[in-house]
Design a protein around this ligand. Structure first.
Ligand code: NAP
Length: 331
């Protein structure tokens, strides 16, 4: 019985192989098949063109464009004392923006401010605030009053640290995830955008994450907050296009920073400096991008992955990560 089945399956697959070739050919010659193949090909060619423009052409043209697109004299960056925020502060100072640095550790902020002033000869202003506290925005408003702000980088963010199950998260961590990842960019944008609208120029760069591409079990709340960043950015982008305001959403994969336990940089994990340089160059070309070519390639590959497969793969990847981090005593 077993061998009969095997034989039948073998014959079926042999017939299938012949049929598959024939079927593909007939697809190509039928009108709907031709439309399907042309559609897929044109999407692929467009994606390739867009990637070339976003990640290659942008590198050569940004110098000419950035000040023209954003205007203003000041750039405001949240979470600017370390990682990607610090790298953005340095990158924007290269374009002669004065820099407002917001973060929670005064000594780190002062060091970065001093470094930027002495390297690029621009002014800096330090605002020491903890974004887990929702009562800080009146103070920030007062301190930003009167500044001609061309760029706002909503970068501050917090992660789980070690992935984990929802009910095991302390209440404070849940509140922090929402305040730091969601309230901060909403409130900072609400403070800065009116001035940009008045001047009819400006750019807002929001740090989302690849974790927003699909839901991510075991970092569920982080991934949900980053999906908010994505939707918020896309909505505002259209609302304020009429006022020449550019709103961009960045969705990086791994970048080597404290958040990723300072994993060694490699082709898929850029340093914060390489990431910020590449991401800033994409500003004129894309409203929603990974910001770095190898991350764009990863996102393109994952776009073929069905959501059910992603959800399970992310779950088991995070289980593996929890065990690995525990084995290596990473807190
Ligand atoms: N690194 C990645 O692989 C990656 C991937 C995708 C998305 N992202 C997103 O990129 C953004 C930056 O990440 P990062 O890796 O550069 O992070 P990071 O290296 O951990 O730096 C975070 C920055 O935010 C500040 N900060 C943290 N909590 C704060 C709070 N409660 N109040 C005020 N400031 C606070 C930190 O200040 P202190 O120095 O004082 O702590 C630091 O300057 C985040 O939104 C993150 O979600 C990162």
């Amino acid at each position: 019985m077993y061998s009969e089945c095997e034989q039948m399956l073998g014959e079926a697959s042999a017939t299938n192989n012949v049929c598959t070739g024939g079927y593909l050919l007939s697809c190509f010659y039928s009108p709907s098949g031709t439309v399907f193949i042309l559609k897929k090909t044109s999407v692929f060619v467009f994606d390739l063109f867009k990637a070339f423009q976003t990640y290659v052409v942008s590198r050569f043209l940004l110098g000419r464009n950035l000040r023209k697109i954003c205007g203003g004299k000041w750039a405001v960056i949240t979470g600017a004392s370390d990682g990607i925020g610090k790298a953005f502060a340095n990158e924007l100072a290269k374009y002669k923006y004065n820099i407002v640095l917001l973060s929670r550790t005064l000594s780190k902020l002062e060091n970065v401010a001093h470094e930027i002033e002495s390297t690029y000869g621009v002014q800096t202003k330090v605002i020491c605030v903890d974004f887990s506290d929702d009562a800080i925005y009146e103070d920030i408003k007062t301190q930003l009053n009167g500044l001609d702000i061309g760029v706002l980088v909503n970068n501050v963010g917090t992660h789980y640290g070690i992935p984990g199950f929802f009910v095991d998260l302390p209440e404070k961590k849940l509140r922090d995830l929402v305040s730091i990842n969601v309230s901060s960019l909403t409130m900072m944008t609400h403070l800065v955008l009116p001035g940009m609208v008045e001047r009819k120029r400006g750019a807002i760069i929001n740090l989302s994450s690849s974790a927003a591409q699909f839901p991510s079990p075991l970092v569920t709340v982080y991934s949900a907050t980053k999906a908010y960043v994505d939707h918020f950015s896309q909505g505002l982008c259209i609302e304020y296009a009429k006022d020449n305001i550019v709103v961009q959403c960045l969705k990086p994969y791994y970048v080597s920073t404290a958040m990723t336990f300072n994993v060694s940089p490699n082709i898929f994990v850029p340093s914060a400096d390489s990431y910020a340089k590449s991401a800033l160059a994409t500003l004129p070309y894309s409203r929603r991008t990974c910001g770095y070519w190898a991350h764009g390639f990863q996102a393109w590959l994952f776009s073929f992955c069905p959501e059910w497969l992603w959800l399970r793969a992310a779950y088991y990847w995070h289980i593996f990560l929890i065990n690995w981090l525990k084995r290596n005593h990473v807190e």
